[in-house]
Design a protein. Structure first.
Length: 223
C-alpha cells in the first residue's frame, strides 16, 4: 500500500513537471509547439487516409463477391427450371439447393455491402473534415508566424530607435553617423564658399557698378 502511494506521488510529480515544462515551452516558442502539433495531426490524418483506402478496397472485394454470388444464384435458378421441365429430379434438387445457397450468400453480402458503403461514406466525410481542419491549422500557423515576425521586427526597431533603451550602442551609432554627416555638409558648404568667394564678390561689384551707371544715366536724362 505504501509502495503504491509512493509510486502515485512520483507519477503525479513527473506529470506536473512535464506539464510545467510544456507550458514554459509554449510561452517561449508557441510556433514550435504548433509545428509539433501539426506534425502529429498530419500523421494521424495520414493514418486515417490509409484506413479509408483499405475500407474502399474491402468494399470493392465485397462488391465482387456479391456480384458473383448473385450471378450464380440466378444461373442455378435458371438451371433448376430447365431440370424440372426435363424431369431430372436429382439435378433439379441439386441446382435448387445451390440456388438457395448462392441466394443466401448474396443476401448476406448485400447486407454487409450496405454497411460498408455507409462506413466508407462516414470515413470519407471524417477524413475530409480532418483534411480541412489541417488546412485551417496550416493557415493559422502562417498567420501566427506573420504576427510573430512583425512583433519581433517592431521590438528590434524599437530597441534600435529608442534612445532610452538599455542597449544604447545602435542609437549611439546613428547619432555618430548623423554628427558625421552634419560636419561633412558643413565642410562642403565652407569649401564651396571659400572657393567661390572671389567670383561672387566680383559679380556683386559688377552688379553694383551697373546699377550706379543706370542711376547716373537716368539723372542725366532728367537734367
Amino acid at each position: 500500500m505504501r509502495m503504491t502511494n509512493l509510486l502515485t506521488r512520483i507519477k503525479d510529480m513527473v506529470v506536473a513537471d512535464l506539464n510545467e515544462a510544456m507550458a514554459q515551452q509554449e510561452q517561449k516558442n508557441p510556433i514550435s509547439l504548433l509545428n509539433q502539433y501539426l506534425r502529429q495531426s498530419e500523421q494521424e490524418t495520414e493514418k486515417v487516409g490509409k484506413l479509408v483506402e483499405r475500407q474502399v478496397q474491402l468494399k470493392e472485394a465485397f462488391t465482387k463477391e456479391y456480384n458473383e454470388a448473385a450471378e450464380l444464384a440466378e444461373k442455378r435458378k435458371y438451371q433448376a427450371d430447365i431440370a424440372l421441365k426435363a424431369g431430372e429430379t436429382e439435378l433439379y434438387q441439386f441446382t435448387l439447393a445451390e440456388h438457395q445457397q448462392y441466394s443466401e450468400r448474396a443476401e448476406r453480402l448485400r447486407s454487409s455491402l450496405e454497411q460498408i458503403n455507409e462506413q466508407v461514406d462516414l470515413l470519407n466525410r471524417k477524413y475530409h473534415e480532418m483534411q480541412q481542419k489541417l488546412k485551417d491549422m496550416h493557415i493559422r500557423r502562417m498567420e501566427l508566424m506573420g504576427r510573430e515576425n512583425v512583433t519581433r521586427a517592431n521590438i528590434k526597431m524599437n530597441k534600435l530607435l529608442d534612445a532610452n533603451s538599455v542597449d544604447h550602442r545602435s542609437y549611439s551609432k546613428f547619432k555618430e553617423i548623423e554628427t558625421y554627416l552634419d560636419g561633412l555638409e558643413q565642410n562642403i558648404n565652407n569649401s564651396y564658399y571659400r572657393n567661390t568667394i572671389d567670383e561672387r564678390i566680383s559679380r556683386l561689384e559688377r552688379e553694383m557698378a551697373e546699377q550706379e551707371n543706370k542711376l547716373t544715366l537716368s539723372k542725366d536724362k532728367q537734367d
